[in-house]
Structures are given as C-alpha cells and as structure tokens.
Design a protein around this ligand. Structure first.
Ligand SMILES: [Zn+2]
Length: 149
C-alpha cells in the first residue's frame, strides 16, 4: 500500500490536544478523511476517523450520542454509563469508520501522517505560507470545544 497524497490541516493555539486533521489517498484510488493528529501523553499519535455511537432515548426514542446527559429531542435526563466498556474499563463512545487491519499497517499510516504533519508544521513558519485547503472538516468534532484558527 502506498499513500500517494497526504494533506494536513494544522490547528494551532488549541487549548485541547487536537493538533490537526489529515486526509490520505491510498494508491491514487481511495481517500480517507478526518484522521486526527492528537498530542497524547506519549507524544503525537493519529486517530482514525470515527463516528459517535448513539442510542435511543427511553422517553421519546430520539437518537443521542452515548455521552449525552440529556436527550436532544425531549430533554429527558439520560442515565450514565450507557454503552459497553472497552478492555481498559472506559466507555466505548466512538466506532472507527476506517482503520488499519494490524499494528504494522497502523504504524505505517501513523508514521507517514506524522511526517506530513511535521513537514507542514515547518512550512507554516515560513513567510507567505498558505494552508492547504480543506472544505470538509469534521465540524462535529470541532463543536465539542475546539476552535478553528
Ligand atoms: Zn427524548
């Protein structure tokens, strides 16, 4: 597998740990968007695109993300700890939309994306730098407290 194009959107001056978004093109055929570059406690890592897991409100059957505390439709208080726990005992709130099939593939994708991120970061310090255009960022994630630069 070759990643024939990697685009990185830097997010600077963030109060949270999101450092950027990336999209990758696999073998000039398939684009995967909304990879996230995140500053973790052990350095940068790449999170694959994911969607929020939802369940239905017991009062009105409205659909809500598992971490929602109140129903977005009727306002009913929703119970805590909905959904399943992962192997580390944390609630499983997101599901990957696309992901590498093994650790080797994960390391490959992550390495390439982080290289592209660091390259973009260096370019961003130069005079006349123009950020790569992204017209389809994951605004859903941004709504949760992140801000665009
Ligand atoms: Zn409801």
């Amino acid at each position: 597998m070759n990643l024939t194009e990697i685009r990185v959107k830097l997010l600077k001056n963030q109060r949270d740990k999101l450092r950027g978004f990336a999209s990758i093109t696999i073998d000039q055929c398939l684009v995967v968007r909304d990879l996230k570059i995140i500053e973790g406690s052990n350095g940068l890592f790449v999170a694959m695109p994911s969607r929020k897991l939802c369940d239905r409100c017991p009062a009105c059957a409205g659909k809500n993300p598992l971490r929602a505390r109140h129903c977005g439709d009727c306002g009913a208080r929703l119970s805590d700890g909905r959904g399943e726990m992962d192997e580390r005992g944390r609630p499983h709130l997101y599901a990957d939309i696309a992901h590498p099939i093994n650790q080797e593939a994960r390391d490959f994708v992550q390495g390439r994306v982080l290289d592209a991120y660091r390259g973009e970061f260096e370019r961003s310090k130069q005079v006349g730098y123009v950020a790569q255009s992204f017209d389809d960022l994951d605004y859903d994630y941004l709504e949760e407290g992140a801000e665009l630069p």
